[in-house]
Design a protein around this ligand. Structure first.
Ligand code: ATP
Length: 305
């Protein structure tokens, strides 16, 4: 199984004058937990809608579990193996969660003898067992989100698309969802996660793509994406440009000099060079670049420290 779980090639979508996607090219390997990140309006939901056949692309191609969008029959077949949790979805308040799950079993044409076991499993996984005979209108937002995740897991999908799966959850619920995602990965399921919560993505994803204005601006594993370590040095008497060879980027901020993209094992050489130049060192603070730092610098929103 070498084919990607999801692939897009130059996918575009226009809504009148608005270019929601302007040539999206993505590759999500099988079995990955893939974070799809971007600011509001970047095109994330549009991409998911195209992948699921809920909206038609203006141009370009995409493959879901190997089936191209342009082959409607194969794509429809592949979609039966995909679970989807939409963002901010409202379920029918007059139904119980057991009834909502049964409705989804029917919509996905699951064989009826499997329904009870699938529903029990989904309720147990998302922590709603015991509340399944209560009406959805009596559920908190977090419980409704858990129900949505349960719907996405019915029928043992090979690929699960989760659009902001934890936006309504408390810290315990977020932890539970991370555990569920890890278990899915353990079972070989590919998870495609749309999230604004960068720390969450860092904890659970093994690769990410950052999208802005309808295009991927960076992608890869965290090691590939994050420039490496950085170090902040409070120093006086340092000539301008003296440390340029030590990192990918060197910035001055008053007495502080920030060196980004330096390998941790070069920090002693850096300090030796500072001292050799006759400068005085007051503090050395190594730091690992976070996904948030990288995200903001890619979007041109970093503060320069
Ligand atoms: P968010 O993080 O806020 O959910 P997003 O990355 O999911 O944002 P999209 O919802 O895909 O972004 O929107 C991308 C662009 O396409 C935006 O400029 C949006 O206004 C526009 N857009 C999305 N859907 C439609 C539509 N049905 N009609 C017109 N414009 C649309």
């Amino acid at each position: 199984m070498t084919e990607a779980a999801l692939r897009t090639a130059d996918l575009t979508k226009r809504y009148g004058k608005i270019g929601a996607l302007k040539g999206l090219t993505l590759d999500v390997p099988r079995g990955a937990v893939f974070g799809f990140l971007g600011p509001n309006g970047a095109g994330k939901t549009t991409a998911v809608k195209l992948l699921l056949g809920l909206s038609r692309a203006t141009s370009g191609e995409a493959w879901v579990l190997g089936a191209p969008l342009s082959d409607a029959r194969r794509h429809r077949e592949a979609r039966r193996r995909v679970g989807y949790l939409p963002e901010l979805f409202r379920y029918q308040g007059w139904l119980t969660s057991r009834e909502v799950l049964a409705l989804h079993c029917e919509l996905m044409r699951l064989e009826r003898p499997r329904w009870a076991a699938e529903i029990d499993r989904a309720l147990a996984v998302v922590g709603l067992a015991g509340r399944e005979r209560d009406r959805v209108s009596t559920y908190s937002k977090g419980m409704q989100q858990r129900l949505g995740l349960g719907c996405a897991l019915l029928g043992h999908p090979d690929l699960v698309l989760l659009d902001e799966p934890t936006s309504a959850l408390d810290p315990v619920g977020r932890h539970d969802v991370r555990e569920i995602i890890r278990e899915l990965k353990g079972d070989g399921v590919t998870v495609f996660l749309n999230s604004h919560l960068l720390s969450e993505v860092e904890q659970v994803c093994d690769r990410v793509a950052i999208v802005d204005e309808g295009r991927v601006i960076a992608s890869g594993t965290f090691d590939e994406l994050l420039a490496g370590d950085s170090v902040r040095v409070r120093v006086t008497g340092l000539p301008d440009g003296a440390l340029a060879s030590f990192g990918a980027q060197v910035d001055r901020d008053g007495d502080w000099t920030v060196i980004r993209g330096i390998r941790g094992d070069r920090i002693p050489d850096l300090i030796a060079e500072v001292v050799r130049l006759g400068a005085r060192v007051y503090a050395v603070e190594p730091a690992h670049e976070s996904l948030e730092d990288r995200f903001l610098s890619l979007l041109g929103k970093d503060q320069g420290h």
